[in-house]
Design a protein around this ligand. Structure first.
Ligand SMILES: Nc1ncnc2c1ncn2[C@@H]1O[C@H](COP(=O)(O)OP(=O)(O)OP(=O)(O)O)[C@@H](O)[C@H]1O
Ligand SMILES: [Mg+2]
Length: 330
């Protein structure tokens, strides 16, 4: 008889992560494919495809099949998921029945849900269970869902941010917005274009965010600068400009306040009887976008509540899906 192999999947806008019970985190790769522009044929998936970003030949195009946390291109998502599931399971897929738990953004439509389920089944799963990402993120952050007190989780990814108030295993309030890591990269591109007449690519912008990005300007970053290479917007010639952490702080402020508004809006709607818990427990930050320097501090200041980013916040959702394994087997 075949035994069940439990598999947790976080199908993110920027990254796909797969945890296999008994094996561990087997896949942690970009959600991207390189395809032949004329035939649509897949040339590379994941790391190998992402490595081409910014330097791809004309006959190749990069596809990000997941956007804003939802599947935007069914066929390519399915191909990517199948590739990753095969990679995660290796030969063991033949000996077992794959039961997947996939994190999905809260508030997606029935159709979008069905698409995730179908993509999982077509990719090789025998059974697909869906779980709300904020709940998975909370579990991954170490929040026990059966606890009696309420918690606030803010999951900031690449394509979307979700804020949820969780009480006794359910979300009592949830908000989401498509402002997250990618929006920050775009704000940086836009800032450099407007201020220096210089065009930088997405890879460079993300790198600038890693090195200079901040939501709260601290002493260490106050005078920090780096040199960035781009292309002159008028002449097209290569040029280098020096950018400071201070100006990136300002360039990101619209994104940051967009996220802040959602957090505040969600907190305002917290049921009165949970308010005391929430104030005591504070806010938990998950998702790769939460690594923006000083974001935890700014949220603490603006909400007056404790705000903590967990370790390896980008793994919270996939690790959290494992909490739902046993529930589905019982
Ligand atoms: N040190 C950092 N500072 C700022 N942003 C960061 C840092 N490290 C990673 N990020 C950003 O985190 C994002 C990726 O996070 P994550 O993998 O959680 O997203 P995702 O799950 O794929 O997206 P989504 O949840 O929106 O579907 C990227 O936009 C990346 O640039
Ligand atoms: Mg995510």
């Amino acid at each position: 008889m075949l035994f069940n192999r439990n598999v947790g999947i976080d199908l993110g806008t920027a990254n796909t992560r797969i945890f296999v019970e008994g094996k561990g985190l087997m896949v942690n790769e970009p959600s991207v494919l390189a395809v032949d522009s004329s035939t649509g044929e897949i040339i590379a998936i994941g790391k190998n495809a992402k490595a081409m970003q910014g330097r791809i030949p004309q006959n190749i195009r990069l596809i990000h099949p997941v956007q804003g946390g939802v599947i935007a291109d069914f066929d390519y998502t399915q191909s990517m998921l199948k590739y990753y599931l095969d990679k995660a399971l290796g030969g063991s897929a033949l000996l077992s029945r794959t039961v997947v738990v996939v994190g999905i953004p809260s508030g997606i439509t029935d159709v979008e849900e069905r698409v995730v389920r179908e993509a999982s089944l077509n990719a090789g799963a025998a059974v697909a269970h869906l779980v709300d990402e904020p709940l998975a993120a909370a579990c991954g952050a170490g929040i026990a869902l059966d606890r009696l007190s309420a918690d606030v989780i803010v999951n900031i990814g690449a394509g979307h941010t979700e804020v949820a108030i969780i009480n006794m295993g359910a979300m009592t309030e949830v908000r989401s917005v498509r402002t997250a890591g990618i929006a920050m990269d775009r704000a940086i591109i836009e800032h450099v274009r407007r201020t220096y007449n210089t065009i930088i690519g997405e890879v460079t912008a993300e790198q600038v965010k890693f090195e200079l990005g901040n939501a709260y300007l601290d002493d260490e970053y106050r005078f920090k600068t780096i040199e960035v290479r781009g292309r002159d917007a008028l002449t097209g010639l290569p040029r280098a400009v020096v950018i400071s952490a201070r100006e990136i702080n300002i360039a990101l402020s619209e994104c940051v306040s967009g996220i802040m508004e959602v957090i505040k809006g969600c907190l305002e709607k917290a049921p009165a009887n949970l308010a005391a818990d929430i104030i005591e427990r504070g806010i938990m930050l998950t998702g790769g976008g939460a690594k923006l320097r000083g974001l935890d501090k700014l949220i603490s200041i603006e909400t007056g509540m404790n705000c903590t980013m967990i370790n390896e916040p980008e793994l919270a959702v996939v690790m959290g899906t494992t909490y739902f394994f046993r529930n589905h087997n019982s």
